[in-house]
Unconditional design. Structure first.
Ligand code: URA
Length: 204
């Protein structure tokens, strides 16, 4: 869709906040224009900042394994971040940085019209569930005007915390019936190539 690519070009040239001074490359996000599922992360890390693509480091490997566990590949979903530029030293994005970037994500959502929005981590969650605790509400789908919102733990946090990893896997597994509904011809069953299994074994 032309507008999504125009928006991505605007994001790559953005100077709206201080992160423009320190970023390598802005990371608009990527995926098919009609993806039924939108994943929203927090902000690019070092690898994403170098490549200009979302979730390409270890968190990205985990995300791909989680998607494979419900029969999806990376290219089946749209992956974006709430903040499009890397904060220095991977610090949390500041409220004014989140606010400056917000219109970009808003516009992406308007253009994509996803059926399900998965927020990864507490900062992405705060946009839809302000004041809530991720430990309490993760994995619970909330339907608003036909769109399902699902808060989940951030893959990077799960890599550091085994109980959150278990929760993240369970929360993904619970989405399998929705995959069968949203993606014609899919079952939500895990993708079972040996490479996928090997990737999952070393990550989970
Ligand atoms: N963490 C995020 O939140 N987003 C990325 O793109 C990569 C890591």
């Amino acid at each position: 869709m032309l507008e999504l690519s125009q928006l991505a070009a605007q994001i790559r040239a953005c100077q709206r906040c201080r992160l423009a001074q320190t970023r390598g490359r802005a990371v608009p996000g990527e995926g098919p224009e009609h993806a039924p599922i939108l994943l929203i992360g927090e902000a690019p890390g070092m690898n994403e900042d170098r490549q200009g693509r979302p979730f390409v480091g270890r968190s990205g490997d985990l995300l791909e394994a989680l998607l494979a566990s419900i029969g999806l590949r990376r290219g089946d979903v749209f992956i974006a971040n709430g903040v499009k530029c890397r904060p220095p030293e991977n610090r949390d994005p500041l409220p004014d940085e989140i606010a400056a970037c917000r219109p970009y994500l808003e516009r992406q959502i308007e253009l994509l019209r996803p059926r399900v929005v998965i927020t990864l981590g507490r900062i992405a969650m705060a946009r839809y569930f302000p004041g809530q605790s991720i430990s309490r509400i993760h994995g619970q789908i909330q339907w608003v005007e036909g769109v399902g919102y699902v808060p989940m733990f951030h893959p990077a946090a799960a890599l550091r915390n085994p109980p959150w990893m278990a929760a993240l896997r369970e929360d993904f597994a619970r989405l399998a019936p929705l995959v069968a509904e949203l993606y014609p011809g899919r079952t939500g069953e895990p993708l079972a190539s040996p490479a996928d299994e090997a990737a999952q074994l070393s990550l989970f």
